[in-house]
Design a binder for this molecule. Structure first.
Ligand code: DX5
Ligand code: ZN
Length: 222
């Protein structure tokens, strides 16, 4: 696996052509598939649950990176693990018992991630840094694809990388929201290693090519 991980979000794909969208991800060399679960409570939008995860699991062997934008995320851990999630990432704003919730995800055999909204300091994960397999920095307010990248997220990525260095955390550092050819390089240089992109990939004429183009923008040989 290359140092730069690209995780296309199927949120912006044409769900009537899901097999083609997943095939394009594979053809473009995507590392993971990102699945955005929204409950209409934590965020103002509704998407899908275990059935969709199971469907995508049936289409690919790629890791499924499931982003839970929901209240009470623990209600879904068992069914999402059974459906084939590889990792589950929960919002610290919706997880008052973060240590317990992350450890439960691990017990189910999945990678455990924590995610912070743009307005939440990275310090919110300092105490659990050693438990994390993934730290996700939101670079938009979650809820919708196709939003504009929030520029101050770049500094936050750098602070997240510093926090991980200080705590000895081996978690991957992911960024999600508004990632495209213009924004990806600054996030990579700031210390992110895993990049979610929805609109940039699925509004492109050739999604597979766009995945390769995003990776190239980071300037590391693949
Ligand atoms: C936003 C989701 C993202 C979204 C990214 O709430 O968490 O994963 O699909 O989409 P783009 O890349 O279009 O900002
Ligand atoms: Zn997401």
């Amino acid at each position: 696996m290359s140092a730069v991980r690209i995780a296309p979000s199927l949120l912006s794909a044409d769900w009537a052509r899901l097999p083609e969208a997943v095939a394009a991800c594979e053809a473009g060399g995507a590392d993971w598939i990102h699945l955005d679960v929204m409950d209409g409570l934590f965020v103002p939008n509704l998407t899908f649950g275990a059935k969709m995860i199971e469907t995508v699991r049936g289409l690919t062997a790629l890791p499924l990176d499931v982003h839970l934008m929901v209240v009470q995320p623990e209600k879904y851990f068992d069914s999402f693990a059974r459906a084939g999630a590889t990792g589950m990432t929960i919002h610290v704003e919706a997880a008052p018992h973060l240590d317990r919730q992350l450890n439960r995800i691990k017990e189910l055999g999945c990678a455990a991630g924590a995610v912070v909204n743009p307005g939440t300091p990275v310090e919110a994960v300092r105490e659990v840094a050693g438990v994390l397999d993934l730290l996700l920095i939101m670079s938009v307010n979650p809820g919708f694809g196709g939003q504009e990248f929030i520029p101050y997220a770049v500094d936050k990525i750098a602070r997240a990388r510093a926090l991980m260095r200080e705590t000895g955390s081996r978690a991957l550092l992911e960024v999600d929201g508004g990632i495209n050819r213009q924004t990806i390089a600054s996030c990579w240089q700031a210390g992110a290693d895993t990049f979610v992109a929805g609109n940039a990939i699925f509004s492109a004429a050739d999604p597979a090519h766009e995945i390769r183009a995003l990776r190239e923008r980071c300037g590391v040989p693949v």
